[in-house]
Design a binder for this molecule. Structure first.
Ligand code: ZN
Ligand code: ZN
Length: 97
């Protein structure tokens, strides 16, 4: 097992300040993403596909020091559906507000 990674508060602040697209290219994120993929055995957690895998944030609350439970492995299709559904839910909530 690799030793537990420590992220300094300064580094977290730095990661959170950068554009999300840049964050996705940092070693910090890529390392965490690789761990999540490995834990999930390189399978989409919804449909079990092993193609076009992406790691989705269930919450951005701990951006820069995400817990494994904050993330979910989804294939490209499930990921798109996930965001589409969330968009619809949000639109419905706004319509009802
Ligand atoms: Zn899938
Ligand atoms: Zn996503």
């Amino acid at each position: 097992m690799s030793k537990r990674q420590t992220v300094t508060p300064e580094r977290i602040a730095e990661l959170r300040a950068m554009p999300y697209q840049d964050y996705l290219r940092t070693q910090d994120w890529l390392r965490r993403r690789a761990v999540k993929l490995e834990i999930s055995e390189y399978r989409c957690q919804l449909c079990n596909s092993s193609e076009g895998l992406q790691v989705h944030h269930r919450t951005y609350e701990r951006l820069g020091c995400e817990k494994m439970g904050d993330l979910i492995v989804l294939c490209k299709e499930c990921h798109a559906l996930f965001h589409e559904r969330r968009r619809l839910v949000k639109a419905r909530q706004e319509a009802n507000a």
